[in-house]
Design a protein. Structure first.
Length: 243
């Protein structure tokens, strides 16, 4: 007997890493909701690629840092049933040494990564618990483990996700829901291309290369599978040996 198709929401699903996660979850049989902040067209491009490969997907756009907009979006999504899988991948960089960092730069980065996690995830928990199955994966960064110059805001937001995830895992585990963190290192894409020249990667990453989005997506997809049900409350690095 075939199990029902599981619904997966991937925030920041229109980006390089998010798009790879969306495509992998769809390939594994999920119906994927591809989220973008404002550029719905980019999310629709990911949807089109998934559908062309025979998968199921739809697109949605809202600012995860906007509590009211996110609440309205979650209510609309839940009208079609519970979300079974949530990948909180949305995040932004706005780097500066803390001595020269203004409050707006500090707050915006934390609003997206940390408050966005709450805004998206909290409304989905009780519907997920009623089904007694769920997977929540929060995408962090090696910066939250090691620290990184110029990223006190980003590292603070992502490190806070680690504690929140461990606590939420304890709250939801008895309902068949797992909550884990994936903490990538340097991953190929526009962000890495701007910040990490090839020579710097060779010097700082023991594997001497950047990771591929598909490698991170494979880990996320495994954590979202039935086989990974007993992995809970973990922070898993995927960083080529950096940490």
């Amino acid at each position: 007997m075939n199990r029902p198709v599981r619904r997966a929401l991937v925030t920041g699903g229109s980006g390089d890493l998010g798009g790879a996660i969306c495509r992998r979850l769809a390939a594994d049989g999920a119906s994927v909701i591809v989220h973008a902040n404002s550029n719905l067209a980019r999310a629709q491009e990911v949807v089109a690629a998934i559908i062309a490969d025979g998968g199921q997907a739809s697109a949605v756009a809202f600012d995860v840092a906007d509590a009211e907009a996110t609440s309205a979006a979650m209510e609309q999504l839940l009208a079609d049933g519970a979300i079974d899988i949530v990948v909180n991948n949305a995040g932004i960089h706005d780097d500066a040494p803390m001595a020269g960092m203004d409050r707006e730069r500090w707050t915006r980065v934390i609003d997206v990564s940390l408050h966005g996690f709450f805004n998206v995830t909290q409304p989905l928990l009780l519907p997920m618990a009623r089904k007694r199955w769920g997977r929540i994966v929060n995408v962090s960064s090696v910066a939250a483990v090691l620290g990184n110059r110029g990223q006190t805001n980003y590292a603070a937001a992502k490190a806070a996700l680690h504690g929140a995830s461990k606590s939420l895992a304890r709250e939801m585990a008895s309902r068949g829901i797992s909550v884990n963190v994936v903490a990538p290192g340097v991953i190929e894409g526009q962000m890495a291309a701007d910040a990490f020249p090839a020579e710097m990667i060779r010097q700082t990453v023991p594997a001497a290369r950047a990771g591929r989005p598909e490698e991170v997506a494979a880990l996320v997809a495994f954590l979202c599978s039935d086989a990974a049900g007993y992995i809970n409350g973990q922070v898993i690095g995927i960083n080529g040996g950096m940490a």
